[in-house]
Design a protein around this ligand. Structure first.
Ligand SMILES: NC(=O)C1=CN([C@@H]2O[C@H](COP(=O)(O)OP(=O)(O)OC[C@H]3O[C@@H](n4cnc5c(N)ncnc54)[C@H](O)[C@@H]3O)[C@@H](O)[C@H]2O)[C@@H](O)CC1
Ligand SMILES: Nc1ncnc2c1ncn2[C@@H]1O[C@H](COP(=O)(O)OP(=O)(O)O)[C@@H](O)[C@H]1O
Ligand SMILES: [Mg+2]
Length: 282
Protein backbone atom coordinates (compact mmCIF):
# COMPACT_ATOMS: atom_id res chain seq x y z
CA UNK A 1 0.00 0.00 0.00
CA UNK A 2 1.23 3.46 -0.96
CA UNK A 3 0.61 6.23 1.57
CA UNK A 4 -0.41 9.67 0.27
CA UNK A 5 -0.67 12.76 2.46
CA UNK A 6 -3.69 15.05 2.81
CA UNK A 7 -2.15 18.53 2.70
CA UNK A 8 -3.24 22.15 2.82
CA UNK A 9 -2.53 22.33 -0.92
CA UNK A 10 -5.19 19.66 -1.51
CA UNK A 11 -7.69 21.50 0.72
CA UNK A 12 -7.01 24.75 -1.20
CA UNK A 13 -7.87 23.02 -4.48
CA UNK A 14 -11.28 22.11 -3.04
CA UNK A 15 -12.27 25.23 -1.07
CA UNK A 16 -12.56 27.83 -3.85
CA UNK A 17 -14.04 31.33 -3.61
CA UNK A 18 -17.80 31.35 -4.13
CA UNK A 19 -19.16 32.46 -7.50
CA UNK A 20 -21.13 35.72 -7.30
CA UNK A 21 -24.29 34.50 -9.07
CA UNK A 22 -25.33 31.92 -6.44
CA UNK A 23 -27.98 31.40 -3.77
CA UNK A 24 -28.58 28.96 -0.88
CA UNK A 25 -29.78 26.30 -3.34
CA UNK A 26 -26.34 26.34 -5.00
CA UNK A 27 -24.67 24.88 -1.90
CA UNK A 28 -26.85 21.86 -1.22
CA UNK A 29 -29.29 20.71 1.45
CA UNK A 30 -27.81 18.62 4.27
CA UNK A 31 -30.19 16.45 6.29
CA UNK A 32 -28.78 15.13 9.58
CA UNK A 33 -30.71 12.24 11.13
CA UNK A 34 -29.61 11.85 14.73
CA UNK A 35 -29.81 12.95 18.33
CA UNK A 36 -32.10 10.89 20.58
CA UNK A 37 -33.12 11.94 24.10
CA UNK A 38 -29.71 11.00 25.52
CA UNK A 39 -27.42 12.25 22.74
CA UNK A 40 -29.18 15.36 21.46
CA UNK A 41 -25.91 17.29 21.40
CA UNK A 42 -24.44 14.96 18.78
CA UNK A 43 -27.19 15.80 16.27
CA UNK A 44 -26.99 19.50 17.13
CA UNK A 45 -23.20 19.60 16.65
CA UNK A 46 -23.38 17.73 13.34
CA UNK A 47 -26.07 20.09 11.99
CA UNK A 48 -24.33 23.19 13.40
CA UNK A 49 -21.05 22.14 11.79
CA UNK A 50 -22.80 21.69 8.43
CA UNK A 51 -24.18 25.25 8.62
CA UNK A 52 -20.84 26.78 9.62
CA UNK A 53 -18.95 24.81 6.94
CA UNK A 54 -21.18 26.31 4.24
CA UNK A 55 -24.10 23.99 3.42
CA UNK A 56 -26.85 26.10 1.79
CA UNK A 57 -29.65 24.55 3.86
CA UNK A 58 -29.51 22.22 6.87
CA UNK A 59 -32.29 20.23 8.54
CA UNK A 60 -31.95 18.09 11.67
CA UNK A 61 -34.30 15.12 11.99
CA UNK A 62 -34.22 14.42 15.71
CA UNK A 63 -36.34 13.87 18.83
CA UNK A 64 -38.58 16.89 19.58
CA UNK A 65 -36.87 17.42 22.96
CA UNK A 66 -33.88 18.71 20.96
CA UNK A 67 -35.76 21.37 18.95
CA UNK A 68 -35.43 24.21 21.47
CA UNK A 69 -31.74 23.71 22.29
CA UNK A 70 -31.04 23.38 18.54
CA UNK A 71 -32.81 26.64 17.70
CA UNK A 72 -31.26 28.45 20.63
CA UNK A 73 -27.77 27.55 19.46
CA UNK A 74 -28.22 27.32 15.66
CA UNK A 75 -31.42 29.02 14.43
CA UNK A 76 -30.21 28.50 10.84
CA UNK A 77 -31.04 24.79 11.17
CA UNK A 78 -34.58 23.53 10.44
CA UNK A 79 -35.97 20.65 12.50
CA UNK A 80 -38.33 17.70 12.14
CA UNK A 81 -39.21 14.70 14.31
CA UNK A 82 -37.59 11.59 12.85
CA UNK A 83 -40.48 9.40 14.01
CA UNK A 84 -42.74 11.29 11.54
CA UNK A 85 -41.97 9.08 8.56
CA UNK A 86 -44.00 11.14 6.09
CA UNK A 87 -41.92 14.26 6.84
CA UNK A 88 -38.71 12.27 6.99
CA UNK A 89 -39.36 10.76 3.53
CA UNK A 90 -40.00 14.24 2.09
CA UNK A 91 -36.82 15.65 3.61
CA UNK A 92 -34.74 12.72 2.39
CA UNK A 93 -36.07 13.23 -1.16
CA UNK A 94 -34.99 16.88 -1.13
CA UNK A 95 -31.58 16.37 0.46
CA UNK A 96 -28.25 16.53 -1.35
CA UNK A 97 -26.42 14.80 1.49
CA UNK A 98 -27.87 12.74 4.36
CA UNK A 99 -25.92 12.19 7.59
CA UNK A 100 -27.25 9.30 9.64
CA UNK A 101 -26.07 8.21 13.08
CA UNK A 102 -24.60 10.92 15.33
CA UNK A 103 -26.31 10.36 18.68
CA UNK A 104 -29.01 8.18 17.09
CA UNK A 105 -28.69 5.48 19.75
CA UNK A 106 -29.10 1.76 19.21
CA UNK A 107 -32.61 0.94 20.48
CA UNK A 108 -35.56 -0.28 18.39
CA UNK A 109 -36.62 3.25 17.39
CA UNK A 110 -33.04 4.05 16.29
CA UNK A 111 -32.87 0.87 14.20
CA UNK A 112 -36.22 1.67 12.54
CA UNK A 113 -35.07 5.22 11.77
CA UNK A 114 -31.85 3.91 10.25
CA UNK A 115 -33.62 1.31 8.12
CA UNK A 116 -36.22 3.85 6.93
CA UNK A 117 -33.52 6.36 6.00
CA UNK A 118 -31.29 3.89 4.16
CA UNK A 119 -34.22 2.51 2.15
CA UNK A 120 -35.31 6.01 1.05
CA UNK A 121 -32.01 7.48 -0.18
CA UNK A 122 -31.30 7.22 -3.91
CA UNK A 123 -28.15 6.53 -5.90
CA UNK A 124 -27.89 10.28 -6.72
CA UNK A 125 -27.42 11.17 -3.05
CA UNK A 126 -24.50 11.01 -0.65
CA UNK A 127 -24.95 9.32 2.72
CA UNK A 128 -22.55 9.83 5.63
CA UNK A 129 -22.91 6.88 8.03
CA UNK A 130 -21.52 7.53 11.52
CA UNK A 131 -21.68 6.63 15.19
CA UNK A 132 -24.72 4.60 16.29
CA UNK A 133 -25.68 3.88 12.66
CA UNK A 134 -22.36 2.03 12.18
CA UNK A 135 -22.88 0.08 15.41
CA UNK A 136 -26.41 -0.88 14.30
CA UNK A 137 -25.28 -1.85 10.80
CA UNK A 138 -22.59 -4.08 12.29
CA UNK A 139 -25.12 -5.79 14.58
CA UNK A 140 -28.28 -5.98 12.45
CA UNK A 141 -27.72 -8.16 9.44
CA UNK A 142 -31.16 -7.38 7.97
CA UNK A 143 -30.40 -3.69 7.31
CA UNK A 144 -29.09 -3.31 3.77
CA UNK A 145 -26.54 -0.78 2.56
CA UNK A 146 -28.02 1.83 0.18
CA UNK A 147 -26.98 2.20 -3.47
CA UNK A 148 -25.74 5.75 -2.87
CA UNK A 149 -22.38 7.43 -2.54
CA UNK A 150 -21.46 6.27 0.95
CA UNK A 151 -19.01 7.83 3.38
CA UNK A 152 -18.31 5.71 6.46
CA UNK A 153 -16.76 7.54 9.43
CA UNK A 154 -15.98 4.93 12.11
CA UNK A 155 -13.56 5.35 14.99
CA UNK A 156 -11.39 2.30 15.61
CA UNK A 157 -13.95 0.49 17.80
CA UNK A 158 -16.81 1.14 15.37
CA UNK A 159 -14.57 -0.12 12.56
CA UNK A 160 -13.78 -3.24 14.62
CA UNK A 161 -17.54 -3.92 14.97
CA UNK A 162 -18.07 -3.48 11.23
CA UNK A 163 -15.07 -5.31 9.85
CA UNK A 164 -14.47 -7.80 12.71
CA UNK A 165 -10.83 -6.60 12.68
CA UNK A 166 -9.53 -6.04 16.21
CA UNK A 167 -8.03 -2.57 16.73
CA UNK A 168 -4.46 -3.93 16.84
CA UNK A 169 -5.09 -5.71 13.51
CA UNK A 170 -6.26 -2.55 11.71
CA UNK A 171 -3.21 -2.12 9.48
CA UNK A 172 -3.57 -0.28 6.13
CA UNK A 173 -3.41 -3.64 4.30
CA UNK A 174 -6.12 -5.24 6.47
CA UNK A 175 -8.36 -2.15 6.24
CA UNK A 176 -7.95 -2.14 2.43
CA UNK A 177 -8.88 -5.86 2.24
CA UNK A 178 -12.11 -5.10 4.08
CA UNK A 179 -12.76 -2.08 1.82
CA UNK A 180 -12.39 -4.29 -1.25
CA UNK A 181 -15.56 -6.13 -0.13
CA UNK A 182 -17.65 -2.91 -0.23
CA UNK A 183 -19.40 -1.23 -3.22
CA UNK A 184 -17.26 1.05 -5.42
CA UNK A 185 -18.98 4.29 -4.39
CA UNK A 186 -17.77 4.04 -0.79
CA UNK A 187 -15.21 6.14 1.05
CA UNK A 188 -13.95 5.06 4.46
CA UNK A 189 -12.74 7.71 6.91
CA UNK A 190 -10.94 5.59 9.51
CA UNK A 191 -10.70 7.91 12.52
CA UNK A 192 -7.89 7.76 15.05
CA UNK A 193 -5.10 10.04 16.26
CA UNK A 194 -3.96 9.87 12.58
CA UNK A 195 -7.06 9.58 10.42
CA UNK A 196 -6.77 7.74 7.10
CA UNK A 197 -9.02 7.41 4.00
CA UNK A 198 -9.65 4.32 1.85
CA UNK A 199 -11.66 3.46 -1.27
CA UNK A 200 -12.47 -0.01 -2.66
CA UNK A 201 -9.91 -1.47 -5.08
CA UNK A 202 -7.29 1.22 -4.45
CA UNK A 203 -3.55 0.63 -4.26
CA UNK A 204 -3.06 3.65 -2.01
CA UNK A 205 -4.61 5.29 1.02
CA UNK A 206 -4.61 8.87 2.27
CA UNK A 207 -3.29 9.97 5.66
CA UNK A 208 -4.33 13.25 7.26
CA UNK A 209 -1.52 15.59 8.34
CA UNK A 210 -3.54 17.66 10.83
CA UNK A 211 -4.99 16.78 14.24
CA UNK A 212 -3.98 16.94 17.91
CA UNK A 213 -4.87 15.37 21.28
CA UNK A 214 -6.94 18.42 22.23
CA UNK A 215 -9.56 16.85 19.91
CA UNK A 216 -9.97 13.82 22.19
CA UNK A 217 -13.33 14.96 23.54
CA UNK A 218 -16.92 13.76 22.93
CA UNK A 219 -18.52 15.39 19.91
CA UNK A 220 -15.40 15.82 17.78
CA UNK A 221 -16.51 13.04 15.41
CA UNK A 222 -20.11 14.28 15.36
CA UNK A 223 -18.78 17.67 14.25
CA UNK A 224 -16.65 16.05 11.54
CA UNK A 225 -19.77 14.50 9.96
CA UNK A 226 -21.32 17.97 9.51
CA UNK A 227 -18.16 19.35 7.89
CA UNK A 228 -17.88 16.34 5.56
CA UNK A 229 -21.56 16.71 4.62
CA UNK A 230 -21.20 20.43 3.91
CA UNK A 231 -18.12 19.80 1.73
CA UNK A 232 -19.91 17.04 -0.23
CA UNK A 233 -22.99 19.30 -0.60
CA UNK A 234 -20.99 22.29 -1.91
CA UNK A 235 -18.02 20.77 -3.69
CA UNK A 236 -19.48 17.40 -4.80
CA UNK A 237 -18.80 13.81 -3.86
CA UNK A 238 -15.14 13.04 -4.45
CA UNK A 239 -12.34 11.55 -2.44
CA UNK A 240 -10.53 14.89 -2.67
CA UNK A 241 -13.52 16.84 -1.24
CA UNK A 242 -13.89 14.41 1.67
CA UNK A 243 -10.14 14.48 2.34
CA UNK A 244 -10.29 18.29 2.35
CA UNK A 245 -13.10 18.16 4.94
CA UNK A 246 -11.09 15.83 7.19
CA UNK A 247 -8.05 18.11 6.84
CA UNK A 248 -10.06 21.29 7.56
CA UNK A 249 -11.77 19.88 10.68
CA UNK A 250 -8.43 19.08 12.32
CA UNK A 251 -6.57 22.11 10.92
CA UNK A 252 -9.07 24.37 12.71
CA UNK A 253 -8.45 22.38 15.90
CA UNK A 254 -4.68 22.71 15.41
CA UNK A 255 -4.99 26.50 15.15
CA UNK A 256 -7.08 26.54 18.34
CA UNK A 257 -4.55 24.28 20.09
CA UNK A 258 -2.00 27.10 19.92
CA UNK A 259 -3.91 28.68 22.81
CA UNK A 260 -6.31 25.95 24.03
CA UNK A 261 -5.62 22.73 25.97
CA UNK A 262 -8.83 21.13 24.66
CA UNK A 263 -10.22 22.11 21.27
CA UNK A 264 -13.94 21.70 21.89
CA UNK A 265 -16.15 20.67 18.96
CA UNK A 266 -18.27 23.81 19.38
CA UNK A 267 -15.08 25.93 19.18
CA UNK A 268 -14.14 24.16 15.94
CA UNK A 269 -17.63 24.89 14.58
CA UNK A 270 -17.24 28.58 15.51
CA UNK A 271 -13.93 28.86 13.63
CA UNK A 272 -14.39 26.64 10.57
CA UNK A 273 -15.82 29.35 8.30
CA UNK A 274 -12.90 31.72 8.99
CA UNK A 275 -10.48 28.89 8.20
CA UNK A 276 -12.29 28.11 4.93
CA UNK A 277 -12.00 31.80 4.02
CA UNK A 278 -8.23 31.54 4.53
CA UNK A 279 -8.09 28.41 2.37
CA UNK A 280 -10.03 30.11 -0.43
CA UNK A 281 -7.67 33.10 -0.66
CA UNK A 282 -5.21 33.00 -3.56
N1 LIG B 1 -22.78 15.11 23.27
C1 LIG B 1 -23.29 14.02 22.71
O1 LIG B 1 -24.50 13.91 22.47
C2 LIG B 1 -22.38 12.92 22.33
C3 LIG B 1 -22.91 11.80 21.69
N2 LIG B 1 -22.14 10.80 21.24
C4 LIG B 1 -22.82 9.70 20.50
O2 LIG B 1 -22.81 8.60 21.33
C5 LIG B 1 -23.00 7.42 20.56
C6 LIG B 1 -22.00 6.38 21.02
O3 LIG B 1 -20.70 6.72 20.53
P1 LIG B 1 -19.35 6.47 21.33
O4 LIG B 1 -18.25 6.60 20.36
O5 LIG B 1 -19.31 7.32 22.54
O6 LIG B 1 -19.49 5.00 21.89
P2 LIG B 1 -19.05 3.57 21.32
O7 LIG B 1 -19.43 2.56 22.33
O8 LIG B 1 -19.54 3.35 19.95
O9 LIG B 1 -17.47 3.65 21.25
C7 LIG B 1 -16.69 3.95 22.36
C8 LIG B 1 -15.85 2.73 22.76
O10 LIG B 1 -14.85 2.56 21.76
C9 LIG B 1 -13.56 2.53 22.37
N3 LIG B 1 -12.55 3.06 21.41
C10 LIG B 1 -11.45 2.41 21.01
N4 LIG B 1 -10.74 3.14 20.15
C11 LIG B 1 -11.38 4.30 20.00
C12 LIG B 1 -11.13 5.45 19.21
N5 LIG B 1 -10.06 5.59 18.43
N6 LIG B 1 -12.04 6.46 19.28
C13 LIG B 1 -13.14 6.35 20.04
N7 LIG B 1 -13.44 5.26 20.81
C14 LIG B 1 -12.58 4.24 20.77
C15 LIG B 1 -13.74 3.35 23.63
O11 LIG B 1 -12.79 3.00 24.58
C16 LIG B 1 -15.14 2.94 24.08
O12 LIG B 1 -15.10 1.69 24.75
C17 LIG B 1 -22.83 7.83 19.10
O13 LIG B 1 -24.08 7.93 18.47
C18 LIG B 1 -22.20 9.20 19.20
O14 LIG B 1 -22.50 9.98 18.09
C19 LIG B 1 -20.69 10.83 21.38
O15 LIG B 1 -20.23 11.39 20.19
C20 LIG B 1 -20.25 11.65 22.59
C21 LIG B 1 -20.91 13.02 22.62
N1 LIG C 1 -5.36 12.23 20.01
C1 LIG C 1 -6.00 12.64 18.90
N2 LIG C 1 -5.33 13.24 17.89
C2 LIG C 1 -5.97 13.65 16.79
N3 LIG C 1 -7.28 13.50 16.57
C3 LIG C 1 -7.99 12.90 17.51
C4 LIG C 1 -7.41 12.44 18.72
N4 LIG C 1 -8.40 11.87 19.48
C5 LIG C 1 -9.54 11.98 18.76
N5 LIG C 1 -9.31 12.59 17.59
C6 LIG C 1 -10.29 12.86 16.52
O1 LIG C 1 -11.55 13.10 17.15
C7 LIG C 1 -12.60 12.45 16.45
C8 LIG C 1 -13.27 11.45 17.39
O2 LIG C 1 -14.37 10.87 16.75
P1 LIG C 1 -15.43 10.04 17.57
O3 LIG C 1 -14.76 9.09 18.46
O4 LIG C 1 -16.43 9.53 16.60
O5 LIG C 1 -16.08 11.22 18.47
P2 LIG C 1 -17.58 11.48 18.93
O6 LIG C 1 -18.41 10.31 18.50
O7 LIG C 1 -17.50 11.62 20.42
O8 LIG C 1 -18.01 12.73 18.28
C9 LIG C 1 -11.98 11.82 15.22
O9 LIG C 1 -12.05 12.72 14.13
C10 LIG C 1 -10.53 11.62 15.66
O10 LIG C 1 -9.64 11.60 14.56
MG1 LIG D 1 -18.46 9.20 16.86
Amino acid sequence: MQKRLITEQLARRVVRPRARDTYKGSFGHVLVVGGNDQYGGAGIMSAGAAVHAGAGLVTLATRPVNFTPLHTRYPEVMAIDYTDHKMLAELITGATVVVIGPGLGTDQESAETLEFTLTHVTDQQTVVIDGSALTLLAAEKKIEWPASHIILTPHEMEFARLSKLKIAAQTPEAIQSYMNTLPTGTILVHKSARTTLYTPGSQDYWQNTTGNPGQATGGTGDTLTGIIAAFAAQFGWSEEAIAAAVFTHSAVADQLAETEYVTLPTMVIDHVSAYMRQLSRP
